[in-house]
Design a protein around this ligand. Sequence first.
Ligand SMILES: NC(=O)c1ccc[n+]([C@@H]2O[C@H](COP(=O)([O-])OP(=O)(O)OC[C@H]3O[C@@H](n4cnc5c(N)ncnc54)[C@H](OP(=O)(O)O)[C@@H]3O)[C@@H](O)[C@H]2O)c1
Length: 334
Amino acid sequence: MKETLYIAHPDRYTTGVGYRRCGQSGILLPKISLGMWHNFGHTHSVETARNILFHAFNNGITHFDLANNYGPPPGTAELFFGQMMKGSFAPYRDEMFIATKAGYDMWEGPYGSWGSRKHLISSLNQSLQRMNLDYVDLFYSHRYDPNTPLEETLQTLVDIVRSGKALYVGISRWPREASEFAFRYLREAKVPALIYQGRFNLLDRAPEQEGILEAAHKAGSGFISFSPLAQGLLSNRYLNGIPEGSRMTEERFLKSEMLTPSILYKIKLLNELAEQRGETLAGMALAWILHHPEVTSVLVGVSSPEQLTLNLKATQAAPFSVEELKHIEQIITQ
Ligand SMILES: NC(=O)c1ccc[n+]([C@@H]2O[C@H](COP(=O)([O-])OP(=O)(O)OC[C@H]3O[C@@H](n4cnc5c(N)ncnc54)[C@H](OP(=O)(O)O)[C@@H]3O)[C@@H](O)[C@H]2O)c1
């Protein structure tokens, strides 16, 4: 990869994104964090990917979220990030909060996924190599494994922190009861879960409905919302059809069948409300998540620096009035 001279913007911490404390920890996370699930693999422009990362860091986004399997193909987002860490971002390592995860399918055979000690430790070792890092700031169990004793997965997370390969640990997409067990186990082991990562947005309120937000908050853990724009549905991207080059045209994780008449109707109404507030739909959708006090950060994915600029406006959004909140509730529950 061609190296670019990069000097981070000097005002990034004063005019930037703003920070929230992550649960009852010492860590502050930016209100908007950057996820690297899509747009940073081999199928995407390296130049755009690099510009997105520069733009994020220049605006005070310190938290970068990866996983072993991000790409495509799996591993390539970490490889790309590793090039950045060796080059332009090398002087800024201590200003960054870098997360990775293990648990989804990564390599062949019985140890290539899920929650065993073998998978988690081998995968983290591979991630560190790909990212040119000695340690990650945050390591997640990426999914709940119903067939591995929870104690094995959780004790491995504890041991990973004790080994110095991660500073903090978190859980992602674990059901409520198992999460409560994890929060207790990790706190008793003196390695409290820093954060819970779950999908929470205007079209999917499962963490609220299932009590995960409340459980994380009670346990002193932060909460970070992934796919806060429902992969782009909660933006102007699909208001007038399916544009060329959009995630939906890939028909992988965001399929065109998800753009049902009912969803389209809701996003059009939400878009009208956003316009009345002088915001984009994406900006209002992010502001709505951040309006929940249990939420530490929203984890956006973007395919261009321009999208990130729009999303950053959410941090300056006016508070919602009671009427606006009622109106939103009416739209999303109909
Ligand atoms: N823990 C887990 O299991 C899990 C699962 C999923 C995701 N995640 C994490 O969450 C991160 C974010 O997920 P996500 O990428 O699904 O998030 P998202 O923010 O809901 O969707 C991102 C997509 O929305 C579109 N978009 C973003 N901003 C826009 C704007 N201002 N205007 C118009 N379109 C806009 C872009 O689509 P186009 O590409 O079409 O431009 C972009 O690729 C991931 O990168 C990953 O780190 C974690």
